[in-house]
Design a protein around this ligand. Structure first.
Ligand code: NIG
Ligand code: FE
Length: 411
């Protein structure tokens, strides 16, 4: 099956095979390679070729031609950090925060992650799968073309496995490509509050072998944070994960500047995510690594925290990825279009930087550079066709407006 997309107003985020990049950093993130008035050919789900309309010569037969006049094409969003599998929403905590409680205070009195864990433990695997699948469809409709999903609301062996099996079943639906992360180290369950050692042993000796044995996780994650998992505890859990071949992608520096970045880099984390609280040492540490700083402005927005210092990272020449953090506590939305708008308005990223952060760099943060993130010959044909828009800047500008007309997926 061969399809021609013709008269594309702008074909955005193209990458030539001979100039493969896989990731863009610092100043280079300002550039978004594009072709005005372009064509794009898709054969059997893969990008076969593309170019300028004026030099288009039809040498082969097309089964279908789609006229994209006035419309722009760009790769789908890659959401490299989500907790999309959860049981119920937590809008009462949202109200509690409006009335003055902090996220930490809610967590300390047994709400937050523990609240979600209790609800998830009570829910059947089938129901959890059904509501998670509905959420997945919802984010796909908004342009998400590959996603990472974490466990971490089980907090015991059975429920963590239940979550990871749900993620596995979502993968098997073959709607979009999915990576899964094992996040039992998300919070200490109540019965282990005074017995950290016991819970860490449970994770290392019981959960990890089963998770790895069933091939249920691509990555290991830890919520490295004051009041959650210390740097030393994170260090031990990541070392144990490495023995099972699980690379880290961790929660770091969300509430406090507490060493998360350094321990992530020490373990060659693919990414360190959140980074609301950063200092010069953290930037210097990242500069000496291949770890991708991943910013989650939706969480800063929803918790009314200060935003991640994107400019500081970019000005230091680092790459930046953006993700939604879709979860019931700190960001009950998987809308990547909104993430891009926040990145531009609140973190002063340009539209080009934000789009790079949600496409090529986010694909790198999921080790999907060979298949996703840019319009490159041979990659999966996963892209969005916008409604007629004046320019690419209109996407973050028109926040809340549905600018995407159609999304094409191939798994
Ligand atoms: O990434 N910070 C840790 N985990 C999630 C929130 C989890 C929750 O509140 O349910 C996050 O923000
Ligand atoms: Fe998260």
């Amino acid at each position: 099956m061969r399809t021609l997309y013709s008269n594309i107003k702008q074909l955005v985020q193209i990458e030539k095979n001979q100039e493969k990049k896989n990731i863009v950093s610092g100043e280079d993130m300002k550039k978004l390679p594009s072709i005005e008035n372009a064509w794009l050919c898709v054969k059997d789900g893969k990008i076969e070729n593309f170019g300028e309309m004026k030099s288009f010569e039809s040498t082969s037969q097309f089964d279908e031609e789609i006229d994209c006049s006035g419309r722009t094409i760009l790769p789908t969003w890659i959401d490299s950090h989500t907790h999309l599998v959860f049981a119920h929403s937590r809008e009462q905590e949202f109200v509690d925060r409006i009335l003055g409680l902090s996220y930490e205070e809610i967590a300390n009195r047994g709400g937050g992650i523990l609240n979600s864990a209790q609800k998830l433990n009570e829910m059947s695997e089938q129901e959890l799968f059904d509501i998670s699948l509905a959420r997945l469809h919802n984010v796909i409709d908004m342009g998400t073309g590959a996603i990472e999903i974490k466990s971490g609301y089980g907090l015991n062996t059975d429920a963590e496995l239940k979550m990871l099996r749900v993620i596995k079943r979502l993968k098997e639906c073959k709607l979009i490509d999915i990576k899964s992360s094992f996040l039992a180290a998300h919070a200490y369950p109540l019965q282990y509050r005074e017995n950290h050692e016991g819970y860490i042993k449970l994770i290392i000796d019981e959960m990890l072998p089963r998770v790895a044995g069933e091939g249920l996780a691509d990555y290991i994650d830890v919520f490295c944070e004051k009041g959650f998992f210390s740097v030393d505890e994170t260090d031990r859990i990541l070392s144990a994960g490495a023995k099972f071949g699980l690379k880290p992608k961790i929660h770091a520096n969300q509430l406090y500047n507490s060493g998360g970045v350094q321990v992530g880099v020490k373990h060659h984390a693919i990414s360190v995510d959140h980074l609301e609280t950063m200092g010069v040492d953290e930037i210097e540490c990242l500069k000496k690594s291949n770890t991708i700083p991943t910013l989650l402005p939706g969480a800063a927005f929803f918790l009314a925290m200060h935003y991640q210092p994107a400019r500081m990272l970019l000005d230091a020449g680092l790459p930046v990825a953006l993700a939604s953090d879709y979860n019931p506590g700190s960001c009950p939305s998987g809308n990547m279009n909104f993430v891009i708008s926040l990145a531009c308005t609140q973190m002063k990223m340009t539209p080009q930087e934000a789009i790079n952060a949600c496409t090529i760099n986010a694909a790198a943060a999921l080790e999907m550079s060979e298949t996703h993130g840019t319009i490159r010959v041979g990659k999966k044909a996963n892209f969005m066709i916008t409604k007629p828009i004046p320019s690419i800047n209109y996407i973050p500008y028109a926040f809340g407006e549905k600018v995407i007309d159609e999304v094409i997926f191939n798994v």
